[in-house]
Write a protein that binds this ligand. Sequence first.
Ligand code: C2G
Length: 130
Amino acid sequence: MKRILTFGTFDVFHYGHLKILERAANHADELIVGVSSDALNYKKKGRNPVFSEKERMDIISSLNFVDDVFLEESLELKREYILKHKADCLIMGCDWAGKFDEFNDICEVMYLPRTPDISTTEIIEKIKTL
Ligand code: C2G
């Protein structure tokens, strides 16, 4: 049984989000997703997400290859989350490459390719111009 943990804001859920979760699920028997809280998103990006944490968690929970979803309240709690969820592996997109190597002592750490040319910020900007 391989339990994989991944994290993200997943605001304005898009194709890149779907693909990274699918890729992570392909490595996993169980996929657990930590969804960044509204407060954490504000801290990281200086703006509120378009969709609330409840809405974003509901969207991720509805994916049939996601087994469990929880709220990620702090970037500093990764080690606690990995241990609490008994994860064998942490997967993140390659925009985070190297950033979580410190957790190699408690689980495998993998960085998967991102989908090119798509991001929540670009989608928001594109919609503004329509
Ligand atoms: N992603 C991707 N391709 C894109 C856009 C995003 O593969 N074109 C991936 C990211 O690499 C990440 C996941 O989708 O693994 C979620 O992306 P974000 O919602 O932007 O998450 P982020 O704000 O980076 O939050 O603790 C870490 C954070 O919670 C990650």
